[in-house]
Design a protein around this ligand. Structure first.
Ligand code: SAM
Length: 300
């Protein structure tokens, strides 16, 4: 059974500090983004060994897209538990899970720093969550503790550097991405959490992870609108951190103007760079510490 330990000191920010916020528009953007990168996440989870019958923990479940993807992979004999601290996001995720007919996906309204459970999971996964945490290694370490020896830890996080490097021929798109990047930077989010997964996994007591990077590219209006919608979600934070968006002109027409720029260059742009890292917890790990045990005795 999963429980919530409300009195435990948390290292995370307050819910209101989450940089992308919880507007309806942001929720819709998350759902559209999730649809676009679902094939990348599915390939990654299959490679990591997520499969039928497993019990999986999903950290930072948002609108429930990763949880539903996992629910499909583990099937009716498996289960996924999504951890999310925003109650409205959970309500929407639950409604979507019910509408999609999944009975093996549940959500727990708690902070990822505060999860307590009395039974081990076969895997802990997450997508675009560690980048927002002040102490991602702390959270990874507690996730590792919840995974049985020999189980899987698999996370996808972004890397912005390749995306910024690609925009030189497209000034408006490039400025938009730079201003998003600057806003995230000033908010404290780690835009390079993807590459940082390599050391974070090891600091959390896991073997060096297998990793790869994928960058979806596109030029159509829906694809490009995801970038201008991300900027709109970040707008209050940009104002708070004094990142001026004035040079981008009217944000209502930004997406159309980027589309024209991309069409004129007969080019494509990227939406997000997804870095995946996965590792297996040592089969002889001491699950109370999330680290390899001194003795070779298996914990089961
Ligand atoms: C960018 S969204 C990603 C959602 C989902 N994993 C996906 O890829 O579609 C990050 C989610 O993590 C949640 N989150 C952020 N910090 C959290 C924390 N400390 N504890 C629990 N959830 C958190 C946010 O509320 C948000 O719903």
């Amino acid at each position: 059974m999963l429980t919530h330990t409300p009195n435990r000191k948390t290292t995370s920010q307050a819910v209101t500090d989450y940089p992308l916020g919880y507007t309806d528009a942001e929720h819709q953007r998350l759902i559209r983004q999730a649809a676009l990168i679902a094939p990348i996440t599915e390939r990654f989870f299959r490679e990591a060994g997520i499969g039928p019958g497993q019990h999986v923990l999903d950290l930072g479940s948002g609108m429930g897209d990763v949880a539903m993807l996992v629910a499909r992979l583990v099937g009716s004999s498996g289960e996924v538990v999504g951890i999310e601290r925003d109650p409205n996001s959970i309500a929407r995720a639950q409604a979507r899970v019910a509408a999609a007919g999944f009975r093996n996906a549940n959500f727990l309204n708690t902070d990822v720093n505060n999860i307590a459970t009395n039974r081990p999971f076969d895997a802990a996964v997450g997508r675009f969550i560690l980048m927002f945490l002040p102490d991602p290694v702390f959270v990874l370490r507690s996730a590792v503790r919840l995974v049985r020896p020999g189980g899987v830890v698999a996370f996808q996080e972004p890397s912005w550097a390749p995306m910024l490097a690609l925009g030189a021929r497209l000034p408006l798109w490039s400025r938009t991405r730079h201003l998003i990047h600057e806003t995230l930077l000033r908010s404290g989010a780690n835009r390079e959490m993807g590459l940082a997964l390599y050391s974070a996994f090891q600091e959390a007591g896991l073997p060096p992870p297998k990793m790869h990077l994928e960058m979806p590219l596109g030029s159509d209006a829906d694809f490009i609108r995801l970038t201008s919608d991300l900027l709109c979600s970040l707008r209050p934070l940009a104002e708070q951190h004094k990142v001026s968006l004035r040079e981008l002109g009217d944000l209502d027409t930004l997406s159309d103007r980027i589309c024209s720029e991309v069409a004129a260059a007969n080019s494509v742009v990227s939406l997000i760079v997804v870095v995946g890292a996965w590792s297996r917890k040592s089969a002889t790990a001491d699950s109370s510490r999330g680290e390899p045990a001194e003795s070779s005795e298996s914990v089961g």
